[in-house]
Design a protein around this ligand. Structure first.
Ligand code: PRP
Length: 175
């Protein structure tokens, strides 16, 4: 596969992450029990950077899901592979995603986490493919809107490759 073509540079990502962290830190009260819920695997780098830029207390949880079907994107049938480990009842949950594509995964996760009776559930995603949306799901904190391209890096993969690139790049699966 050819090297990905840079779409969002490392510098652009880092400065947007800092802005998002500032917004989130301002929106929550320092006494709120904020729990960042990272969605494996793709969110691990974004979550690591975002969480370290926050200036308010926070704890970290992870959740894992998988989509049924063989397509490259989710079909709407999302399955929980690993739930949060800690008790989130009465706490403020912020779901942290690398990408929102069709929106099925995030919609499922909001409903699933709400069943744990948290004080609130909000969403944060680094990138969103606005044209690919199949369901209406609110992203409270969004890094970038992108087109319908296959993107890798900063947690995102193509066939498990290129997750640890410091930038977000575009690949064509035929490369
Ligand atoms: C990606 C991403 C979201 C989901 C978004 O995960 O991290 O969880 O797809 O797609 P949707 O909006 O169409 O539901 P992926 O299935 O690639 O798994 P990974 O994070 O383990 O790479």
């Amino acid at each position: 596969m050819n090297m990905p073509v840079v779409l969002i540079s490392e510098e652009e990502i880092q400065s947007r992450v800092l802005e998002l962290a500032g917004q989130i830190s301002a929106d929550y009260d320092a006494n709120d029990e904020l729990v960042l819920v990272g969605v494996l695997k793709g969110s691990f780098i974004f979550l690591a950077d975002l969480s370290r830029r926050l200036t308010i207390p926070r704890t970290i949880e992870f959740i894992a899901v998988s989509s049924y079907g063989s397509g490259s994107r989710s079909t709407g049938a999302v399955r929980l592979v690993m739930d949060v480990r800690g008790n989130i009842e009465g706490k403020h949950v912020l779901i942290v995603e690398d990408i929102v594509d069709t929106g099925h995964t995030l919609k499922y996760l909001i409903g699933m986490l709400e069943s744990h009776r948290p004080a609130s559930v909000r969403t944060c995603a680094l990138v969103r493919k606005a044209e690919s949306a199949e369901v209406d799901v609110k992203v409270d904190y969004l890094g970038f809107d992108i087109g319908n391209e296959w993107v890798v890096g900063y947690g995102l993969d193509y066939a498990e490759q290129n997750r640890t690139l410091p930038y977000i790049g575009v690949v064509s699966p035929d490369d």
